[in-house]
Design a protein around this ligand. Structure first.
Ligand SMILES: [Zn+2]
Length: 417
């Protein structure tokens, strides 16, 4: 039975045999029927709240899988009025750093791990040396394989989790390796074209289920970011949602969530506009948008950027993300590093959020959209802060003033002046 469909040509296929369509585009789960029956759930938390729209059992809504996967999602959505003036709109922040491993990646990894446990797979894999690598390793480690596939809520045997395989570049730094290794996955340093690896891992007969950046399981999990945003705004909706874009997986997933909610009658025909932001140093999707191209093609102009985690010269879901932006009346844009760093600093100084530079592209992008008149001051705009900045703080900052303990009372009194 086919359960995957191509957004572009409508061809269908069966998971897990295929991940991409014969037309070259990525496939996603066909949820037309379940979406038409969907209403906001009255129980369940995190990504599992939306189990009826996920390729897992409906019972996951009330009894999520074990381990860290149970804690994915349910992240805060907060107003950041202090930033409204400089953002040029009414700004909301969706804080994905509250996920267990500090980034939005846990949503897709959790769903991937739950699916793999049910399917009797022993291995969950990914091609990553950043947030996604940590997330897959952690979610695989924590899943209880014995509760998979039974639907029996009384069964509480102790499981060993899934094995995780993480393919990293040969020259990975020791710091990154240590962050991944703490969850004890199998790590392989691969030499050669790291970009090609993504495609090499999608073979149907692999003993490892790879949940790469835009594979169907990952997109299914990632769409819960937008489901949570829309449920929080219900019965109205935000005017726009702004995300950093790299592979195009999260962007595609956001579009899919909006389409499902429209099918369910929970969103108007006019969907929230989706804006995706890249770093100017490597912006193939924004380039295709600017040039009004049909497809995103690999960019040869890839330079280093502070937002390195979204510097993807050949995004596997780039064209799907481009289509999502256009279909919702949004756009894809890019921002230079100085604006990204300004936005990162302001998110900390005026809203109290420490984010990675990739996440700060959202605020930098919003400022450009407001300047160009794309956003109005009364627009309700959600910036998705995809990951924590605590992992990469600059240790070379200026030292603050020193004070003798005996002089402290004078200092405190001086603060009142
Ligand atoms: Zn197709």
């Amino acid at each position: 039975m086919s359960n995957l469909v191509c957004y572009r040509c409508g061809a269908t296929a069966t998971f897990p045999d295929r991940k991409r369509c014969e037309c070259g585009e990525p496939l996603w789960f066909d949820t037309e029927e379940s979406a038409s029956r969907f209403s906001w759930p009255d129980s369940g938390t995190g990504v599992w709240r939306y189990a009826d729209l996920l390729p897992v059992g409906s019972s996951d809504r009330t009894k999520p899988p074990g381990g860290v996967a149970a804690a994915a999602g349910a992240t805060p959505l907060v107003r950041a009025a202090n930033l409204d003036e400089s953002a040029g709109c009414r700004l909301w922040l969706k804080d994905e750093s509250e996920n267990p491993t500090g980034s939005f990646k846990d949503r897709g990894s959790a769903v991937g791990a739950a699916w793999a446990a049910r399917a009797g797979k022993r291995w969950l894999g990914t091609v990553s040396h950043g947030n996604m690598a940590m997330s897959v390793a952690a979610n695989a480690a924590g899943i209880d394989v014995n509760t998979g596939n039974t639907g029996d809520s009384d069964r509480e045997e102790e499981g060993d989790g899934l094995n995780a395989l993480v393919l990293v570049p040969e020259d990975i730094s020791g710091e990154r390796l240590a962050a991944i290794a703490q969850y004890s996955p199998e790590v392989l340093r691969v030499s050669g074209d790291y970009g090609r690896l993504y495609y090499e891992t999608l073979a149907a007969d692999s003993p490892v289920e790879f949940v790469n950046s835009d594979t169907p399981l990952r997109v299914a999990g990632q769409k819960t970011t937008a489901l949570e945003i829309c449920e929080a705004f219900s019965p109205t909706a935000p005017d726009a949602i702004v995300l950093p874009v790299s592979s195009g997986g999260h962007a595609s997933a956001t579009w899919k969530a909006l389409r499902e909610l429209r099918a369910a009658g929970l969103l108007d025909a006019d969907l929230p506009r989706l804006y995706f932001v890249q770093a100017a140093a490597c912006d193939p999707i924004a380039e295709a948008y600017r040039e009004e191209a049909e497809d995103v093609t690999k960019t040869e102009q890839s330079e280093s950027t502070v937002a390195y985690s979204i510097a993807n010269a050949d995004p596997p879901s780039g064209t799907r993300a481009l289509t999502a932006a256009r279909a919702t009346g949004g756009a894809v844009l890019s921002v230079p590093d100085d604006e990204i760093l300004d936005a990162k600093a302001d998110l900390a100084r005026k809203a109290g959020f420490c984010v990675e530079p990739a996440s700060a592209t959202t605020l930098a992008g919003i400022r450009r959209l407001a300047d160009s008149g794309e956003l109005d001051p009364d627009d309700e705009v959600v910036a998705v802060l995809t990951g924590t900045g605590f992992r990469e703080l600059d240790a070379d900052g200026e030292k603050p003033e020193a004070v003798e303990l005996a002089d402290l009372p004078d200092h405190l009194r001086a603060l009142a002046d």
